[in-house]
Design a protein around this ligand. Structure first.
Ligand code: FAD
Length: 390
């Protein structure tokens, strides 16, 4: 096993390994702090929607597979799903129940009325003992059941991937395989030695699952670029959102600033190169449908802890894909040049416009509607809302 540091361009991105390696320590330190804040560590998730594809009779009974939820009263009211999702009333979320995705989504939506709260900081992603036929079935379903006809993408080498697939298929495979490699890495990094009962990194596990396949490591880098690009694109939106309370506000704002600057340096990916050829729209719909299915397959995981992390991660990647491929530049530019509907002056503090759906009275006595631009399609909702003077 040679310790070969990857160098040069990361295929299908505008970034190289060296750039990512240069920022990775700062990125890690930054994220380590951000995920301790209540906004990021609490999450509502419906863990028992059931598997829609096959009978899920086997369950991982290892104590390492189980999960504890937290008391709802621990969650600050303003970040409860039911508060955050009020904005969905504007986009008729209620009408989607039973279908639960919008055409622009890459994942099935969680119903904000159902599910328990979890504290992710108390649930490390690590070895649980979940393995065997059940786990293999899930991975098989993800790779085979979701391949772009006619070729199967199961465990392709880089060379075959190049030869047999178009760019969109390659990106899809990299995203899924990179996620798989990331999960394997976490398992091996925090592994339970059954003989000593101690948790420790397991190098052999990492070598056999990831390091022996250089392309798997490449895809972890690839996913990092994609996610950073999505964060960079969301920059103007993220700044306007309310992440902290009281004395935390300044610290969290500084961490977010630093995250955004890293994302701008290393999130170099040109999403316009995808879905631009013949049949672009059909291919995009296929891509979306496949990834939506991956998010639904997560409900078939028989280990509660793994299911929680599987759902969190696929939802995160789906959100990034949506930001890359569905958020149009016009709506981003619109934010930058945002003007008050009541005067010709630019609004000095755009932050005031972006709390969840509420109205406030400005100092000049005018009433201003506030709505979250994170969750609504501004192209459809924002302009009519503004032109109506709401
Ligand atoms: P698996 O990882 O199950 O892989 C199956 C086959 O896929 C391999 O034989 C190989 O041919 C191929 N393969 C492996 N890696 C890649 C890759 N990166 N790209 C392409 N092909 C690949 N277990 C835990 O202990 N903790 C967890 O938190 C956890 N979370 C999980 C989340 C999900 C979504 C899933 C589906 C499973 C999770 N598991 C978890 C189980 C874990 O991923 C493995 O399935 C299990 O450890 C058995 O591993 P394995 O060595 O048999 O190969």
């Amino acid at each position: 096993c040679q310790n070969l540091q990857p160098t040069g361009p990361i295929e299908a991105t505008l970034c190289d390994y060296e750039t990512l390696d240069n920022v990775k320590n700062d990125l890690y330190e930054n994220l380590k702090e951000l995920v301790k804040t209540p906004f990021f560590r609490y999450l509502q998730m419906d863990m028992y929607r059931g598997c829609p594809f096959w009978e899920d009779d086997a369950t991982c009974t290892e104590p390492t597979c189980s999960l504890n939820s937290v008391d709802q009263r621990e969650i600050p009211e303003k970040w409860k799903m039911k508060t955050l999702s009020k904005v969905d009333k504007i986009t008729n979320y209620d009408k989607l129940v039973g279908c639960y995705y919008r055409d622009s989504d890459f994942c099935y939506l969680e119903d904000p009325k159902v599910g328990e709260y979890f504290d992710l900081s108390q649930i490390p992603e690590r070895y649980t003992g979940y393995a065997g036929e059940g786990a293999r079935n899930i991975w098989r379903a993800i790779y085979q059941g979701n391949c772009f006809a006619p070729s199967s993408l199961q465990s392709l080498s880089n060379q075959k991937l190049e030869a047999q697939t178009c760019l969109e298929e390659r990106v899809y495979y990299k995203v899924v395989s990179g996620l798989h490699a990331s999960i394997s890495t976490h398992i091996c990094l925090d592994y339970l030695d059954h003989t000593t009962g101690e948790w420790a990194p397991n190098l052999q596990c990492y070598v056999s699952r990831v390091a022996s396949y250089p392309e798997r490591l490449e895809y972890i880098y690839f996913n990092t670029v994609i996610l950073l690009r999505a964060v960079a694109r969301l920059g103007p939106h993220l700044h306007l959102y309310d992440y902290a309370e009281g004395e935390d506000t300044a610290a969290v704002a500084a961490q977010l600033d630093s995250l955004l600057s890293i994302a701008q340096d290393a999130g170099k990916f040109d999403e316009r190169t995808l879905f631009s050829g013949i049949n672009a729209q059909a291919l995009k719909e296929e891509f979306k449908a496949h990834f939506r299915n991956v998010t639904r397959i997560m409900d078939c995981i028989d280990c509660d802890q793994c299911r929680l992390w599987g759902k969190v991660q696929t939802m995160g990647v789906a959100t990034a894909l949506k930001v890359l491929f569905e958020l149009d530049e016009a709506s981003l530019r619109y934010l930058d040049t945002f003007h008050s509907p009541f005067s010709d002056e630019p609004i000095p503090d755009r932050g005031r416009l972006t709390a969840v759906h509420q109205t406030r009275t400005l100092s000049n006595g005018r009433r201003l509607s506030r709505c979250s631009i994170l969750s609504i399609d501004s192209a459809k909702v924002y302009k009519p809302l503004i032109s109506s003077g709401a």
